[in-house]
Design a protein around this ligand. Structure first.
Ligand SMILES: *Cc1c(COP(=O)(O)O)cnc(C)c1O
Length: 229
C-alpha cells in the first residue's frame, strides 16, 4: 500500500509541474482517485497521499464501500446513473459528474431536496461523437439540460465531463479536450447565473494532454491501482 501512496504522491507532483508548464496554477488542477472495482486498500492509499476527491462508477459499489470514505472527502459518481438508483445516489454522492439525460436531473433534484441536500452536477458530453459513448452530443441538447437544472432547487451545475476516444492518436484526444473546453466557455457565457468551474477530463493514459487543454479535474484509476481485471 505504501508503494501506491508514494506513486500517487509522485503523480500529484508531476501534475503540479505540468500545470505550471502549461501556464496554469497548481491549485487549478485537482486529482480524483477512481477507486471502482478496487477494495478499501485503494481508498486508504489515495487518502494517505492527500487525495480528497474520489470517483466511483456504480451506485451499489459505492454504498458497499461508503464507510471507507472519510467525512472530509468529496465522493463523485462518474458512471451512468439509472433513475431507479437516483435516491441512493442522492444519499451518498456530493457530486454526479455523469448527467447524460434530461430525465435523471429532475429525479435527482427531488431526492436531494427531500434530504435537504445540495448536489453538484456535471453534464457529460460526447464530444468525439463515438456511438459507444454516453453524453449529450450537441450544444442544443446540453442547453436543454442546463435550462432544466436552472428550474431545480437542489442540483447545481458546476461543469462538464468527457472521455476521449481510446487511441494513440494524440491529435484526436487533444481535439476532444479542446472541444469540451470550448463548450465550457460557451456555457459560462450563455448561463452566467451558474458558477461554472469544472472541466473534468483526463484519465490514466491522457492526463498530460488534458492538463494542457485546461482540465480542472483528472480522473485517475489504473495508473494508481493497476488493472481492474
Ligand atoms: C474508470 C473511469 C476512469 C478511470 O480510468 P483509468 O483509465 O483507469 O484512469 C475515469 N473516468 C471514468 C468516467 C471512468 O469510468
Amino acid at each position: 500500500m505504501q508503494d501506491v501512496t508514494d506513486k500517487i504522491r509522485r503523480f500529484t507532483d508531476e501534475v503540479a509541474s505540468l500545470a505550471i508548464r502549461a501556464g496554469r496554477s497548481v491549485e487549478s488542477v485537482r486529482v480524483m482517485a477512481v477507486t471502482k472495482f478496487h477494495g478499501p486498500w485503494a481508498i486508504e492509499a489515495a487518502y494517505a497521499a492527500g487525495i480528497r476527491v474520489f470517483g466511483e462508477s456504480r451506485v451499489q459499489e459505492a454504498i458497499e464501500k461508503r464507510d471507507f470514505f472519510a467525512s472530509d472527502v468529496e465522493l463523485h459518481l462518474i458512471g451512468n446513473l439509472q433513475r431507479n438508483k437516483a435516491k441512493k445516489a442522492a444519499e451518498i454522492f456530493s457530486s454526479v459528474d455523469s448527467i447524460d439525460r434530461l430525465s435523471v436531473i429532475s429525479v435527482l433534484d427531488r431526492y436531494a431536496a427531500s434530504l435537504a441536500k445540495r448536489i453538484e452536477i456535471m453534464f457529460e458530453m460526447n464530444v468525439s461523437g463515438e456511438e459507444s459513448k454516453h453524453g449529450f452530443s450537441s450544444y442544443d441538447e446540453l442547453c436543454e439540460a442546463v435550462e432544466l437544472a436552472a428550474g431545480c432547487t437542489s442540483v447545481v451545475p458546476v461543469g462538464l465531463m468527457t472521455m476521449a476516444p481510446y487511441t494513440d492518436d494524440e491529435s484526436v484526444i487533444r481535439k476532444t479536450f479542446s472541444g469540451l473546453r470550448e463548450i465550457f466557455y460557451r456555457c459560462k457565457r450563455d448561463f452566467p447565473a451558474f458558477d461554472w468551474r469544472e472541466i473534468s477530463m483526463g484519465m490514466s493514459n491522457d492526463y498530460r494532454i488534458a492538463i494542457e487543454e485546461g482540465s480542472t479535474l483528472l480522473r485517475i484509476g489504473s495508473l494508481f491501482f493497476g488493472d481492474r481485471g
